[in-house]
Structures are given as structure tokens and as C-alpha cells.
Design a protein around this ligand. Structure first.
Ligand SMILES: [Zn+2]
Ligand SMILES: [Zn+2]
Length: 260
């Protein structure tokens, strides 16, 4: 059994919990800690995975909406925390009390019931990684914070049945929206964030390779609307806008548990 739940997603903070296995052989992974520690601990508890049960934390990159409370959560509960060497450098190489584990593009991480593979993405951070993971049966991809989809990214996501996929902005809303020009250029650039149309295009390419379910994530509050992201993804996959395999993770709640 492989299931996952966003605990909150957007430019203010991101965190996702993944659970693999059954009975005695289980693994729990937290991807990013971009929420306050109290909120994160509360939501993990409500989701049935208290922080003390986490086997690992994976930090995708150093931006504050992802790194958040990683250090305090890891140290408090003695959880190994994985990140790239570049991310560790970018956060100033803090003392992680022996809990630091270095992740690298293509280097699989064995968490027992869960196998995790990080891969590099184009984003304006030092060494950003996203990941896919499997319990040996189902496969989940997590892809947020990238300016454009590369062949390298698609190669890693081939075969994922479920995908948490950045739908950051609607290109027209970004162009006509309130951001200053330099921020528009950053967000919409090759190392910024993924537009709805680019996310939809990626989903379309991945569908014949096994993609069934998509969760739109990291939506901009100013430059996107949930129904636009949903409609772009549904259209690309040939589904009705309200199809049960299209979900939108919210900033406040994320989404419910989903089977990968
Ligand atoms: Zn982000
Ligand atoms: Zn970022």
C-alpha cells in the first residue's frame, strides 16, 4: 500500500506525507517542512502519522516555503533529514546533530517499505531535487518548483500512477496580475515555476506511460485559480473537469489521503 497526503501547498508553505507498507513493515516520509512546526505536528497527528513515527524527512530545496521548520522538527524527533549538498550549503550548513543525509540526483534512498529516487529539476535554487517513490508496486511522483519540464524529469516520472504536480500560475493571470515585472519574469522564467499549461502538457506526455491521478499543487494565490488548474489538467488527460482523479491541494489543508 502506498498513499500520500499534502498537508498544505502554495507559495506560503509546502509539506507532503507519504506512507508505504502494511502492518509491521511500514515507512513514513515527510517531503518538505514549509509549515510552522506546531501546525505540522498537529496536522501529522490528525493524519494518523505523528512526527515521532516519521522515518525520514526529504527537503527538496532551500526556499523557505520548503525548508521551514526542518531543522527543529528533525532534531526534536530524531528524524534523519535528506537534502542535496547544494541545499545544505545554501542554508548555511547548520548543525543537524548527526541527522543530515546527503541526497543526489538519481541516487536511490532505501527506507525499507519505501524506495525514494531524487532527481534534479531546473529551479532558481542551489541544487533542487524532486522525487519519485515506490513501495515496489505503485509509484508516486512529486514535482513542484521547476521552471520547465525537461526530458530528465519526464524520464524519472515515467510509470508513475499518481503525480503531485505544480500548477503554479495561469500565464495570462501572471502577465496581467499585480506582480512587479521582475517577479513576473522570475516566476514565469525557465528556472521559476510551472504554469498550468506546462503542467498539463507534462501530464499528457505521462498519461500513456501509466499516469492515472494528478494532484495540482503549489498554486499561486494571486496568479491562479483552482478551477483553472483543474480544467487544464483534466483537458490534457481527456477527463471531465470534475473527474475524481483530478485533485487540487490547497494552501490551508492540502488534500485528503490518496492511494498512489
Ligand atoms: Zn516553493
Ligand atoms: Zn522554490
Amino acid at each position: 500500500m502506498l498513499r500520500f497526503k499534502s498537508l498544505g501547498s502554495g507559495s506560503a508553505g509546502n509539506s507532503t506525507v507519504v506512507q508505504a507498507g502494511n502492518g509491521l513493515r511500514q515507512a513514513h516520509l515527510l517531503i518538505d517542512c514549509g509549515l510552522g512546526i506546531r501546525r505540522l505536528e498537529r496536522q501529522l497527528g490528525e493524519a494518523g502519522v505523528p512526527a515521532s513515527q516519521l522515518d525520514a524527512i526529504f527537503i527538496t530545496h532551500e526556499h523557505s516555503d520548503h525548508i521551514g521548520c526542518a531543522r527543529s522538527l528533525a532534531v526534536k524527533h530524531r528524524i534523519p533529514v535528506w537534502m542535496s549538498a547544494g541545499t545544505f550549503m545554501a542554508i548555511g550548513e547548520p548543525d543537524l546533530d548527526g541527522l543530515l543525509r546527503i541526497a543526489a540526483d538519481g541516487a536511490a534512498i532505501d527506507l525499507g517499505a519505501l524506495q525514494v529516487t531524487p532527481f534534479a529539476v531546473p529551479h532558481d535554487a542551489r541544487e533542487p531535487l524532486q522525487l519519485h517513490c515506490t513501495d515496489g508496486d505503485a509509484r508516486l511522483g512529486v514535482l513542484t518548483d521547476l521552471g520547465h519540464v525537461t526530458d530528465h524529469v519526464l524520464g524519472h516520472l515515467a510509470g508513475c500512477g499518481s503525480l503531485l504536480l505544480e500548477c503554479n500560475h495561469d500565464a495570462q493571470m501572471l502577465a496581467e496580475g499585480p506582480y512587479p515585472w521582475f517577479l513576473k519574469r522570475r516566476v514565469g522564467g525557465d528556472y521559476g515555476h510551472l504554469a498550468n499549461a506546462a503542467a498539463a502538457e507534462a501530464a499528457k506526455v505521462l498519461q500513456p506511460l501509466g499516469l492515472r491521478q494528478v494532484v495540482a499543487a503549489h498554486l499561486s494565490e494571486k496568479n491562479n485559480r483552482p478551477e483553472l488548474a483543474r480544467s487544464a489538467l483534466a483537458g490534457a488527460l481527456g477527463l471531465a473537469d470534475d473527474h475524481e482523479d483530478i485533485h487540487v491541494a490547497t494552501a490551508a489543508e492540502g488534500c485528503g489521503w490518496l492511494l498512489a
